[in-house]
Design a protein around this ligand. Structure first.
Ligand code: BES
Ligand code: MN
Ligand code: ZN
Length: 477
């Protein structure tokens, strides 16, 4: 991870490289440009050149303009400006750039900072030689252009997102279930939330049959992680629970995924766990007055040794008996135990995040996630609004009763696969059986791991879900 140092300065340093954001009406002379340069900036901005680069008085200036009207879509444009500014600054190998807001919209600047910092990330810890395109060391903001508190908040939130990306990008060789638990424990110590790690024998004694079954084919033990952030001034009486799928690698198990392509990205199968841990980090660092509990079942899904097999009947934590017809539908097996364990907390709301189905990914690709659940419409609307606010957008899928038929088993209570169609929904119908509280399931299989960079959404682990959950939680206070 690379964190961008965010600083507030009284005025730009002499000859500082600057990023300027404005609109089509900005008077660029007022920003210190010579009349000729100001004129050129206007001409190029009108031609939609972005950024306009001007060397004035021996210093680089990268100038951007967008509409300053507040809207979800415009906020996203400012984040993309931030990403473009990061690309320009790193191409010119600038260590430090100063960000100047020539608009009268303070929020615009916050979004530019967010986009810049999220774009200024590299996962290069396994590169022996330094990389040619490096990251920018510091971003300087001018006093008065942003409140210190706002800057801290955005810093903590982007840190949380980048930590989540790191976790997703770590391969199994360096991130087994136990190592994931250690990382989450470290995050808790740093941010101020507690982490209890249950080991295999504890998991067995709790009768988490799903988690134990999925782990059977793996040489490494599972863990079950309980995160808790309980501030003194919490506004909620009953906790909000966040559940994250922590499959540190998914081979499919005995129902082995076909190689080469379908397994290549499967280190991302703990993306839900990473988002939940990241959301805890952001909430605790920013001291949100909300009591939250996190549940993260973690294991590999492998075909070795004693691996669970198609046809097996598994007695789950809830007591429900599940016929396994495909060992690659492992996410729902471990999530089911976490969802059933969540009942004891009498939660106000449970949200689970999981890279659960290829069906969700095929349905909407990587531009958003699929969600479903039995929470009331107000909660769903609030979550969906957060999706637009942070541009981690959501689409609701149905959980109609009629789909239940698709998971009826010949021999047990239910089976762990549906039919050839409606795969995201049948996975949801399966999870629903283990809930008795308001609940929302978010299938992040599409956006958790990206094939190519788009602005500040960089290739590989995306950290999707951290900003979404944070925004959703913050709105409740
Ligand atoms: N981890 C996968 C889902 C996935 C697919 C995540 C693509 C990220 C990108 C999950 O465990 C899985 O294998 N699901 C199966 C379920 C099926 C066997 C019912 C799937 O979607 O094919
Ligand atoms: Mn699978
Ligand atoms: Zn999986």
């Amino acid at each position: 991870m690379h964190t961008t140092a965010l600083k507030i300065a009284d005025k730009p340093a002499k000859n500082a490289a600057r990023i300027l954001i404005g609109s089509k009406d900005t008077n660029w002379e007022k920003q210190g440009f010579a009349a000729a340069s100001a004129k050129l900036i206007k001409v190029e901005l009108d031609k939609k050149i972005s950024p306009v680069m001007v060397v004035d008085d021996g210093a680089y200036n990268f100038v951007f303009a967008e509409s300053t009207e507040n809207s979800y879509a415009n906020n996203e444009k400012w984040r993309k400006v931030g990403a473009k500014a990061q690309v320009a600054a790193s191409q010119y190998k600038l260590d430090s750039v100063t960000l100047v807001n020539a608009t009268d919209n303070k929020d615009a600047l916050t979004h530019v900072v967010e986009g810049f910092v999220l774009a200024n990330y590299k996962f290069d810890k396994y590169k022996t030689l330094p990389q040619s395109s490096s990251t920018v060391k510091e971003l300087v903001l001018l006093k008065g252009s942003i409140a210190e508190k706002t800057l801290k908040e955005i810093e903590h939130l982007t840190d949380a997102t980048l930590i989540a990306r790191d976790l997703v990008n770590e391969p199994l060789s360096h991130l087994t279930a136990e190592m994931l638990s250690e990382e989450i424990t470290k995050m808790g110590k740093e941010a101020g939330f507690s982490v209890e790690v249950l080991n295999k024998s504890k998991i067995k004694s709790l009768k988490m049959g799903g988690l134990i079954a999925v782990n059977l084919g793996s040489p490494n033990p599972p863990t079950f992680n309980i995160l808790e952030y309980k501030p003194k001034k919490a506004i909620n009486k009953n906790p909000i629970i966040l559940v994250g799928k922590g499959v540190v690698y998914d081979t499919g198990g005995l129902s082995l995924k076909p190689t080469p392509n379908s397994m290549d990205q499967m280190k991302c199968d703990m993306g839900g766990a990473a988002s939940v841990a990241g959301a805890f980090y952001a909430a605790a660092k920013n001291e949100l007055p909300i009591h939250i509990i996190g549940l993260i079942p973690a294991t590999e899904n492998r075909p070795g040794g004693n691996a669970y097999t198609p046809g097996d009947v598994i007695v789950m934590h809830s007591g429900l008996k599940v016929e396994v017809l495909n060992t690659d539908a492992e996410g729902r097996m471990i999530l089911a135990d976490a969802l059933s364990y969540a009942k004891k907390y009498k939660p106000e709301l449970v949200i689970d995040l999981a890279t659960l189905t290829g069906a969700a990914q095929r349905a909407i690709g990587s531009q958003g996630a699929v969600f479903m659940g039995n929470a009331d419409d107000k909660v769903k609307k609030s979550l969906s609004d957060s999706g637009y606010a942070v541009y981690e957008r959501l689409v609701e899928f149905p959980l109609w009763e009629e789909y239940d038929e698709m998971i009826v088993s010949d021999v047990a209570d239910i089976k762990n696969v549906g039919g050839a169609t409606g795969g995201a929904t049948t996975a949801g119908m399966f999870l629903r059986r283990f809930t008795d509280y308001p609940w929302i399931h978010i299938d992040i299989a599409g956006p958790a791991f990206l094939e190519k960079t788009e602005a500040y959404r960089l290739k590989n682990g995306s950290g999707y879900g951290v900003r979404l959950l944070y925004d959703f939680l913050k709105k409740r206070i």
